[in-house]
Ligand binder design. Structure first.
Ligand code: RIB
Ligand code: CA
Length: 315
């Protein structure tokens, strides 16, 4: 088999059950070379998302350097989601104590060092608020041309999930999102338009568990826990939002995309944090994002199952 030229990536997130599953999928992919992992406050405090990141990396054997982001959004107060992800941010299965230590540099400096040292452009995969990515762009503008693409989970052209208009990741740090969406960098946006269709049904949880290794067991229990909040809201499955951002990079053929101009509302009583997509081209502005609008749900579930299979029998 010819040597696949791997895509160098940096994972940035607020684990978070769906961030965790996204990282399981990313680590399992033969297409990706994970150069670094960085954390951001979002689903839970920075301390908790960082501890979770270390435990996830230990579970999946991901030995990339880990660094902490900012303890709060650029201008607003932190906003956590214990109602969705629990007090730890990753409630449910017992996880191994972390073997990976946190680097003694910030997430931005780890990202900057990784970009500087790479002989290839690097793809960033943020699955939480965009605080770290925006901070990188503000403090290291000279490294923008080392960023190949940003595959992010966040926003929603049609609706929000934390307010009627705004999705959680964007709402937590709308100024950061505004900086990223106006950066001129290629962006693929996995917003609620697609992630609400990326449902993993309870019968799928059992298929994941049946793979029979440790990672499969943990992922099935993450799905079970993540489904609790959504079932109570009337969902028929767990929307594994963040894994769609990774899937868009490694399996784009199962999705439908549309280039749109997206502005970020950073003010407003009702609409702060909205990703305003120019669906009818009325602004005349050039598209700045490739927005994912559809997904083959079954193929997405198969990707998650195939990913946990990659961890073998004794993982
Ligand atoms: O709105 C869903 C997003 O918010 C996901 O990234 C989830 O992990 C939370 O961060
Ligand atoms: Ca997330």
């Amino acid at each position: 088999m010819e040597n696949i030229k791997k895509i160098p990536v940096i994972l940035d997130g607020d684990p978070g059950h769906d961030d965790a599953i996204a990282w399981v999928v990313a680590k399992a992919s033969p297409l990706l070379d994970i150069r670094a992992v960085t954390t951001v406050c979002g689903n839970q405090t920075l301390e908790k998302t960082t501890y979770n990141a270390r435990r996830i990396c230990t579970l999946i054997g991901l030995e990339a350097p880990i660094a902490k982001g900012r303890p709060r959004p650029l201008f607003t107060d932190p906003m956590v989601a214990p109602n969705v992800h629990g007090q730890t941010g990753l409630d449910g299965p017992v996880l191994p104590e972390p073997k990976m230590e946190v680097q003694d540099i910030s997430a931005v400096e780890l990202m900057a060092r990784t970009l500087q040292e790479s002989d290839q452009k690097i793809t960033l995969i943020p699955t939480g608020p965009l605080t770290t990515i925006a901070s990188l762009l503000l403090t290291h503008p000279e490294l923008k041309d080392k960023i190949a693409h940003i595959y992010m989970m966040g926003g929603g052209i049609a609706y929000g999930n934390w307010t009627p208009a705004a999705e959680f990741n964007i709402l937590v740090d709308p100024e950061a999102a505004d900086i990223v969406f106006n950066s001129g960098l290629p962006i693929t946006m996995a917003g609620l338009d697609v992630t609400e269709k990326a449902l993993v049904f309870p019968e799928d949880f059992a298929r994941v568990k049946a793979v029979g290794n440790k990672v499969a067991e943990v992922v099935s229990e993450w799905l079970e826990f993540f489904y609790i909040f959504h079932k109570n809201k009337g969902y028929t499955g767990a929307p594994v939002h963040d894994a769609v951002a990774v899937a868009a990079l490694i399996k784009p053929e199962i999705m439908q995309f549309r280039d749109l101009h997206v502005d970020i509302e950073t003010h407003g009583e009702f609409c702060k944090g909205t990703t305003v997509g120019d669906v009818f081209g009325v602004t005349g502005k050039e598209p700045n994002a490739r927005v994912i609008l559809g997904i083959d749900r079954e193929a997405f579930v198969e990707l998650i199952i195939d990913s946990v299979k990659a961890y073998g029998e004794d993982a």
